[in-house]
Design a protein around this ligand. Sequence first.
Ligand code: ATP
Length: 203
Amino acid sequence: LLKIGLTGGIASGKTTVSKLLAEKGVPVIDADVLGWRTYEPGTKTFAEVVAAFGDDLVAQDGTIDRKVLGGRVFGKPDEMKRLTDIVWPGIRELAGQELERLESAGERTALLEAAVLIEADWLDLVDEVWVTVVDPLVARERLMQRNGWSAEEADARINSQLTNQERLAHAGVVIENDGSLAELERAVEEAWAALQARRNGSA
Ligand code: ATP
C-alpha cells in the first residue's frame, strides 16, 4: 500500500483533489471525518475533552456541542493546544487503523487528506506528501466567494496557518491551484501519471 498524505492551506483545493483521486479508485481517508468520530460519546477522546473543557459542552442529545467548543478555543492558542493535544492523537490512531484496514484489503494506494498533516506531526503515517498550493490572494477570493467572508476574515484565517513555503519544505509532489478547475484536473492527472511511472520504475 502506497500511502499519500494530502495537505495544503485553507481553500487550496484539497477536497477537490481528493475527489479527483477518488474517481480514479483511490480510497480517501478524510481526517475531518475522523475528527468528528473523536467527539462521539463513549470514546476516550470524548471523555478527555469533556474533562478538560467542562460538562456544559455536552448537548441534550449527549454529543459534544462543537459550536460551544469552538467558542472556547478559537483565537485562544493555549486552549486550542489543549484541545488538539487530545484530539490529534485520537485522529492519528483512527487514521492508522484505516490505513491498516486498506492494506489488509489489498489496496494499492490510499490517500489521507489532512489540513494539519504537518502541524499534527502525522508525516510518518504516509509514504509521500502531496501539497496543494494557492496564492494567498487567490485563497482570499475563494474564501470570500465560498464562505461569504470579508477580505479581513479570509486573511486572518490564511495568516493563522502555516505558509505555503513551510508546507513546501515537506512536499514530494506539488499541485499548483491558482488557475481554473480544468487546469487543476490536468495537474492531478499529471501527478497521478508520474506516480504510476515512479511505481512501475521501482517495481
Ligand atoms: P478547506 O481547507 O476550506 O477545506 P480545501 O483545501 O479542501 O478547502 P476546496 O474545498 O477543494 O479546498 O476548494 C476551495 C474552494 O475553491 C471550493 O469552493 C472549490 O470549489 C473552489 N476551487 C478549488 N479549486 C478551484 C479552481 N481551480 N478554480 C476555481 N475554484 C476552485
